[in-house]
Design a protein around this ligand. Structure first.
Ligand code: PLP
Length: 377
């Protein structure tokens, strides 16, 4: 198999699976239980929290476990709006956020919030000036992703944090860092980001576990799940100990020689880009600089067909959230890509396990696809 869809999810290294198996079968206690098996589980959860917090440059007390990036985004957004309820109901975001941000915002708009969605340029970039121009006295939240999941564009989150500080804005800054964590610089404390969402399965961890960073300043942050009082009362529910341990193990492993890993991914991305652009009709899409995401278009060849045909040959790539249930991507629509370019856009994404052989196989398969199929008009 040639797996080139790391932005969708990542394989779990053996050491992560082993750690999870150990927790599931031996260290299975409830962290709230008052006997040694429970104490051990509590220690495991708190040690895991520290490992992930350290990778994010924050303290464990600022990191809350959730079930996924989607949950972290929903919690952050809903609670930020509630937090600012006496100030206003205006929210700024980008038109190219993941649906895990856009959908909760759509619901809030139905409930009376006003949402400004900043449009990217043709390259997929968003500038801090766009945020400055949209910022108002009644803005309560700016939600901006760190790395776009379809184009790999890196957004100016640190600069937006600086802007909010300079303008003495009461708006909270939420960052969906699901695609950025351990891929590009990500430093919520130093930048002054209030809320940041993470997800384990994009960095070699299991699915079903995420985290939300909440800055110290948000003392009265609204709990997500009232109940038994876990996660210091903010997100009740018995801790998913195996997933939490797997998340921490994945982070620990990924951080070993991280610089080298990222350089290697970036080199593979360049290799892939140069190789694939030799195919007639192949065009770059966006100017994404994240090391693990490459977006290209085989102009006029519907990406849904490419993805299925390559999938049958065990080559896994994505049409991005591109042709989600046959609908064109909101990202490419916002970028104003011509229809034939948007239709042919594929996303290739890399991880530490990717090899040049994976890319060579993809190149051959794409050439074959082009030779066998007719482009749309
Ligand atoms: N945000 C971004 C940018 C993503 O790419 C994804 C997943 O693809 C999510 C959020 C959702 O994360 P999860 O699958 O953990 O809910």
């Amino acid at each position: 198999m040639h797996y080139l869809d790391y932005a969708a999810t990542t394989p779990i290294p053996q050491a992560v699976a082993d750690e999870m198996y150990h927790v599931l079968t031996e260290q299975f206690g409830n962290p709230s239980a008052q006997y040694p098996l429970g104490y051990a589980a509590r220690t495991l959860v708190e040690d895991s929290r520290s490992i992930i917090a350290d990778a994010l440059g924050c303290e464990g007390k600022n990191l809350f476990f959730t079930s996924c990036g989607t949950e972290s985004n929903n919690w952050a957004i809903r609670s930020a709006v509630w937090h600012g309820r006496r100030i206003g109901r205006h929210i700024i975001t980008t038109a190219v956020e993941h649906s895990a941000v856009l959908e909760p915002l759509r619901t809030l708009a139905q409930e009376g919030c006003e949402v400004t969605r900043l449009r990217p340029d043709r390259d997929g970039s968003i500038t801090v000036k766009q945020v400055a121009d949209a910022l108002r006295e009644d803005t309560v939240l700016v939600s901006m992703m760190l790395v776009n999941n379809e184009t790999g564009c890196v957004f100016p989150v640190a600069e937006v944090a600086q802007l909010l500080k300079e303008q003495k804005s009461s708006a909270l800054l939420h960052c969906d860092a699901v695609q950025g964590f351990l891929k590009v610089p990500c430093d919520p404390v130093r930048w002054g980001v209030d809320l940041m969402s993470l997800s384990a399965h994009k960095v070699g961890g299991p699915k079903g576990i995420g985290a939300l960073y909440v800055a110290d300043s948000l003392k009265n942050f609204r709990p997500l799940l009232p109940g038994g009082g876990q996660e210091r009362g903010f997100r009740s529910g018995t801790e998913a100990t195996a997933q939490i341990a797997g998340f921490a193990k994945a982070v620990e492993l990924r951080r070993k020689n991280l610089g080298e890993k990222l350089e290697r991914m970036a080199a593979l991305k360049t290799y892939c880009r140069e190789r694939l652009l030799t195919i007639p009709g192949m065009e770059p899409v966006g100017s994404g600089t994240a090391p693990h995401i490459l977006s290209l278009s085989l102009v006029g060849y519907p990406s849904a067909n490419i993805v299925t045909e390559l999938g049958a040959q065990d080559i896994c790539i994505s049409a991005g959230s591109a042709c989600h249930k046959g609908k064109p991507s909101h990202v490419f629509a916002a970028m104003g890509l011509p229809k034939r370019v948007a239709a042919g856009t594929i996303r290739i994404s890399f991880g530490p396990e990717t090899t040049e052989a994976d890319i060579d196989a993809l190149y051959e398969a794409l050439k074959e696809h082009q030779a066998r199929r007719f482009p749309m008009l």
